[in-house]
Ligand binder design. Structure first.
Ligand SMILES: Nc1ncnc2c1ncn2[C@@H]1O[C@H](COP(=O)(O)OP(=O)(O)OP(=O)(O)O)[C@@H](O)[C@H]1O
Length: 205
C-alpha cells in the first residue's frame, strides 16, 4: 500500500495550516509526523486517512498498484487517537466484540489473547466508563494494533500512559508492525524514536 501527497495543502477559513507537501508513505516502513501543538499533525493525519480533503493538491491511495477512493481507505487502516471515543456504556468484552464486527483479527489473535495482552482479565465485565484514562488509552492501542489492516495510524499514542505503559506500547510496536505502514503523530521522542522517516510540519508553513 502507499499514500501519496502531491503539493497537498490544507487551510481552515483563511489560515493555511500547511502547504505544498509532496511525500509518499509506503507499506513496511514507519513514519513520524512531527511538530509542536497546533502545527497540523492531526490535520495531515485526517488527509491521510481520507476523512478530510486537501484544500489544494492531491492525496492518492494505492493497494497492489490499484487506486483506492478516499472514502474507502478506512477499510485498510486502524487509527488510535485521543479524539476517537470508546463506547463508554459497553464493557471491555462488548467493546472488543463490537470493534471486531468491523475489523478482522490479526492472525493468531483473539479476544482472550487481546485481553491477556492488555492485562485486563479481571476487568472483562467492567464498563469502559469506569476505566482510568491510561486503561482507555491501552484499549484504543490494542484494538488498533490487533486489527488486520495494512495501515496503522497513531496520534499521540502514549498520552495518559505511565512509564510501564510506554514500555508496553513499545512492545506492541515490536510485535505488531512488521509489513505494515505505520504513521505516528507526535511531539514526544519516546513514542516515535524507532520511526525510519520523519516529516516536520514546520517545513511546510
Ligand atoms: N475544523 C477546524 N476548523 C478550524 N480550525 C481548525 C480545525 N481543525 C483544526 N484547526 C486548526 O488547525 C491547526 C492545526 O490543528 P491540529 O489539531 O492539526 O494540530 P496538532 O499539531 O495535531 O496539535 P496537537 O499537538 O495540539 O494535537 C490549529 O490551529 C487548529 O486550531
Amino acid at each position: 500500500m502507499s499514500i501519496t501527497l502531491e503539493n497537498a495543502g490544507r487551510r481552515f477559513n483563511r489560515d493555511w495550516i500547511f502547504r505544498k507537501i509532496s511525500y509518499t508513505f509506503q507499506t513496511g516502513d514507519s513514519y513520524a509526523i512531527l511538530g509542536p501543538n497546533g502545527s497540523g499533525k492531526s490535520t495531515i493525519l485526517q488527509l491521510l486517512n481520507g476523512s478530510l480533503s486537501p484544500s489544494e493538491g492531491k492525496v492518492s491511495f494505492l493497494s497492489a498498484a490499484k487506486p483506492i477512493e478516499a472514502e474507502h481507505i478506512f477499510r485498510y487502516l486502524s487509527l488510535a487517537a485521543p479524539y476517537l471515543e470508546l463506547i463508554e456504556d459497553f464493557t471491555l468484552n462488548e467493546v472488543i466484540d463490537f470493534h471486531f464486527k468491523f475489523k478482522n483479527w490479526l492472525p493468531d489473535l483473539d479476544k482472550g489473547k487481546l485481553i491477556d495482552l492488555l492485562g485486563m482479565q479481571p476487568h472483562r465485565n467492567k464498563l469502559v466508563r469506569y476505566f482510568s484514562s491510561g486503561m482507555k488509552q491501552r484499549l484504543k492501542l490494542a484494538l488498533a494494533f490487533g486489527s488486520a489492516t495494512p495501515i496503522l495510524m497513531l496520534d499521540e499514542p502514549t498520552s495518559n500512559l505511565d512509564t510501564q505503559g510506554v514500555a508496553w506500547y513499545l512492545n506492541l510496536i515490536e510485535q505488531f508492525t512488521a509489513n505494515r505502514l505505520l504513521i505516528v503523530c507526535s511531539n514526544q521522542e519516546q513514542e516515535y524514536s524507532f520511526c525510519h522517516h520523519r516529516l516536520h510540519i514546520t517545513d511546510y508553513k
